[in-house]
Design a protein around this ligand. Structure first.
Ligand code: CA
Length: 241
């Protein structure tokens, strides 16, 4: 029985895809290659389980962002490491908003990609283990929401809610700092890992999404509260506001 981990490399530059396949095979991974977004979508819809996906942003048909969003909205949380030709914060943010776990700019060092893939697989594995019966669960509760950080499952009034990895990380960070005003800059640094990123609108977009999921009335937030000119304050119990 093969115990090898299987990777999917989505990359339309054949020579780069072949080089990556060779190097990952030498590291004892099984590797499938898709040269188009559609081919990737077909493989991802098959019963094959991938330990991680290396996803080029620029593809001839469906782009990497769209493919990643589609995957996440289908409830597939396989770690995704995105590759892009451009080193721009906008791309990084778009990748993370699409649900990618990590992001690497071309040209990159092979060692760095290997390390990132290993680290994402370890993290996914660790998340699964933490969800095991003997482990301690980290559960965040507020209002009618129950968010299990160890299994990455969220519910509102018993109904499952699908969140991206970044949305879980954002809730976790806010919950760790409950009752304290957290600035957009701090959130970009601590949750998005972006330093000196000028556009704080992305934080507002994510908070708006959390409100739609978790506030009794999205327009009158009682948990993800805006503090004018300062940032956001997470209030688990509305009576404490
Ligand atoms: Ca490409």
């Amino acid at each position: 029985v093969s115990r090898k981990l299987r990777l999917l490399i989505v990359e339309d530059e054949s020579h780069l895809a072949a080089g990556l396949k060779l190097n990952f095979s030498l590291e004892d991974y099984e590797v499938d290659i898709a040269e188009t977004g559609r081919e990737a979508a077909r493989l991802l819809a098959s019963p094959t389980r991938y330990a991680a996906i290396i996803l080029d942003v620029m593809l001839p048909d469906l782009d990497g962002f769209a493919l990643c969003r589609r995957l996440r909205s289908a409830g597939n949380y396989t770690p995704v490491i995105m590759l892009t030709a451009r080193d721009s914060s906008e791309d990084r943010v778009e990748g993370l908003e699409a649900g990618a776990d990590d992001y690497l700019v071309k040209p990159f060092h092979l060692d760095e990609l290997l390390a990132r893939v290993r680290s994402q697989i370890r993290r996914a594995d660790w998340d699964q283990r933490r969800g095991g019966p003997s482990s301690d669960h980290e559960v965040i509760r507020f209002g009618r929401a129950v968010i299990d950080m160890s299994t990455l499952e969220a519910q509102v009034a018993g109904q499952a809610v699908h969140l991206t990895r970044l949305e879980f990380d954002l809730i976790r960070y806010l919950a760790m700092n409950a009752g304290r005003v957290v600035s957009r800059k701090e959130l970009l640094e601590k949750v998005w890992k972006l330093r000196n990123y000028p556009n704080t609108r992305t934080v507002d977009n994510f908070i708006a999404r959390l409100r739609r999921h978790f506030e009794p009335e999205a327009a009158k937030p009682i948990h993800f509260v805006s503090v004018r000119g300062a940032g956001y304050k997470f209030v688990p119990d509305a009576n404490d506001a």
